[in-house]
Design a binder for this molecule. Structure first.
Ligand SMILES: NC(=O)c1ccc[n+]([C@@H]2O[C@H](COP(=O)([O-])OP(=O)(O)OC[C@H]3O[C@@H](n4cnc5c(N)ncnc54)[C@H](OP(=O)(O)O)[C@@H]3O)[C@@H](O)[C@H]2O)c1
Length: 321
């Protein structure tokens, strides 16, 4: 079986492509550069088996070459990891629709919108509030519509906050702001949290995201016409993330609580905007459907994600305590 992974060298692809190769599939990867962002020593040899398609999607979408390239795709399964607008998705879908048996789109839990009922189940209404979430929700609804009307074999996967050994997780303040927070927690320095610190984060390790794409291919019939959330077994509050990370250094966190809007006074603007986005969404999704329909079994909890990532920061001397 031939599988094309569009954008297959990034956070997800670095784990997904080796999994697909180990299954014995012929794997084509489309990217601008023929190398994974995070090749692990244990899988680096496998990448020699990849059939590379080197192309710049954005540039080809502009100059019109992309549609022709997609209509010439020779694969049974197409996984699109990097479609962010309905237009981008439509071009691929219309080009491949007559010759693929499975099309898998990578969505996001941001298409769900801020949490109301938790854990969020896939059949709950989508109420996205960001442009990114709205675009992804529209892509999903168009794919599901196409499945219902024309039998187009689409599956949509919605990951939580993707993390990996070499890709910093959303940190215990709910942002991405380098390694300073880990140093603060290791030293018992003050960490500011928004409001009462009960915002939830729902991480997922990139290898668990890869796992569900692999399972969707294996259980094609059950996956077609369906959307799945993929995340760690449970979401965690900022307070509990801080407690866990501090405990790795034998400490208790020294937390100070500040109203959300005042957080901009104690952190930089960019980090504040990312944190605000996480506070507003406060995600917590159900993985029950992925477990019961596809047999998804997350290998990583949020604690394990932090531990792996912090061990790597220490080993690589990016974090010096
Ligand atoms: N980050 C998160 O926490 C998160 C959470 C939920 C959902 N998602 C979803 O995850 C997906 C992204 O997956 P990822 O995190 O694995 O992506 P990523 O790490 O950003 O990797 C992007 C991939 O696309 C390729 N690429 C980028 N620009 C390209 C271009 N112009 N032409 C061709 N290839 C290009 C990159 O390779 P080159 O650089 O070599 O071109 C790489 O293979 C998106 O659909 C996003 O909505 C992300």
């Amino acid at each position: 079986m031939k599988v094309l992974v569009i954008g297959g060298t990034g956070h997800i692809g670095s784990y997904l492509v080796p999994r697909l190769l180990l299954r014995g599939y012929e794997v084509q990867v489309l990217a601008r550069n023929p190398r994974p962002y995070y090749a692990e020593a244990s899988t680096s040899m496998l990448w020699n088996e990849v059939e590379w398609i080197i192309a710049d999607r954005q540039a080809e979408e502009k100059n019109g070459k992309w549609q022709k390239r997609m209509s010439e795709v020779d694969a049974d399964v197409v996984i699109d990891l990097i479609a962010y607008t309905p237009e981008q998705n439509r071009i691929v879908v219309e080009s491949v629709k007559d010759h693929v048996s499975h099309f898998i789109h990578c969505g996001t839990i941001w298409s769900y919108g801020p949490s109301s009922r938790v854990p969020y189940k896939e059949y709950y209404p989508r109420k996205p509030i960001t442009e990114y979430g709205k675009m992804k929700a529209k892509i999903e609804s168009e794919l599901m519509e196409k499945y219902k009307k024309e039998g187009f074999p689409a599956t949509v996967i919605h990951p939580g906050h993707i993390s990996g050994k070499k890709w910093l997780p959303i940190d215990p303040q709910g942002t991405r702001n380098g390694v300073g927070i880990y140093r603060s927690l290791a030293h018992g320095d003050v960490v500011y949290l928004p409001d009462n610190g009960l915002t939830t984060l729902h991480h997922v390790h990139a290898d668990d995201v890869a796992q569900i794409f692999e399972l969707a291919i294996l259980h094609r019939k059950a996956a077609i016409g369906e959307s799945f959330s993929v995340a760690a077994p449970y979401a965690m509050t900022l307070v509990s993330c801080n407690e866990f990370v501090a405990s790795l250094f034998g400490k208790k966190p020294n937390l100070k609580f500040v109203p959300l809007q005042k957080m901009s006074e104690v952190m930089d603007e960019n980090a504040f905007e990312i944190m605000k986005d996480h506070v507003i969404h406060s995600p917590c999704v159900s993985i029950e459907k992925a477990q019961s329909v596809l047999g998804y079994q997350p290998r990583y909890t949020t604690e394990e994600i932090y531990q792996e990532s912090i061990e790597y920061l220490l080993e690589s001397k990016q974090l010096i305590i």
